[in-house]
Design a binder for this molecule. Structure first.
Ligand code: TYD
Length: 214
């Protein structure tokens, strides 16, 4: 049973605590090999993204994440799915829609809501052309204010209000994507980690039992 499971959430939501737990749970309950991976990757384009000293220009950033993802899909995700494995990825193209799709500076004039929706749809389409949809989308939900207080203050060199607004916009896009995904799993990122892990496992089990032929 090959499955692609994508974890998404704003920075500080706690995805990285939950991914190894889900991996262990699947391995214990299903006879399947689980591959855990992440974006941006450690490949050529991922390295360019990580090494940028300042935030990249909107088009460059959008392109680099897409090039990185294309490589990730071809080299890691597709081969694993073809071997019948379960792939869990820490971030996927939904992050591009949410993060690159909320950049004000992608526009020459003050953007309207429609401008942002068009940008997000373009990013979605160009990614769907190179990457398969996630079978299951796990969203670790957390209020932007809570996320900010969890993020190391040393990292927040920007105006805190701007940062909060940015995160809130990203969060809003994630919630829309989640509402439209046929197999979305939503958990409260502020709950106890054990409770979150249990909730993710139960929701995935319910999806597999209900919707997927094994
Ligand atoms: P990462 O280093 O994995 O941080 P985190 O632990 O928060 O997931 O990701 C770095 C940042 O990259 C994160 O703020 C989200 C952003 N990102 C995008 O803007 N677009 C994308 O397509 C992806 C995959 C990540």
């Amino acid at each position: 049973m090959s499955q692609l499971i994508a974890f998404e959430g704003i920075d500080g939501a706690g995805k990285s605590t939950q991914i190894p737990r889900l991996q262990k749970w699947i391995e214990a309950h299903y006879r399947a090999r689980v591959v855990v991976t992440a974006e941006p990757t450690r490949g050529e384009y991922g390295a360019q993204i990580r090494s940028a000293k300042t935030r990249l220009a909107p088009v460059a950033e959008r392109d680099l994440f897409r090039f990185d993802r294309r490589e990730h899909v071809e080299k890691v995700i597709k081969p694993a799915l073809e071997r019948g494995e379960i792939v869990i990825t820490d971030r996927y193209f939904y992050s591009s829609v949410a993060y690159q799709g909320t950049r004000r500076d992608a526009f020459e004039r003050e953007p309207t809501t429609t401008d942002f929706l068009n940008l997000q749809n373009d990013i979605l389409a160009e990614n769907r052309a190179i990457a398969p949809e996630a079978d299951i989308l796990v969203f670790v939900a957390i209020a932007p204010e809570v996320a900010l207080s969890r993020i190391d203050s040393g990292r927040a060199a920007r105006d805190p209000f701007e940062t909060l607004q940015t995160l809130a916009a990203v969060d809003e896009v994630f919630r829309r994507i989640v509402a439209e995904h046929p197999h979305a799993v939503v958990v409260d990122g502020t709950a106890d980690p054990d409770i979150i892990a249990q909730s993710i496992a139960e929701q995935i089990e319910a999806i597999w039992r209900r919707d997927m032929v094994r």
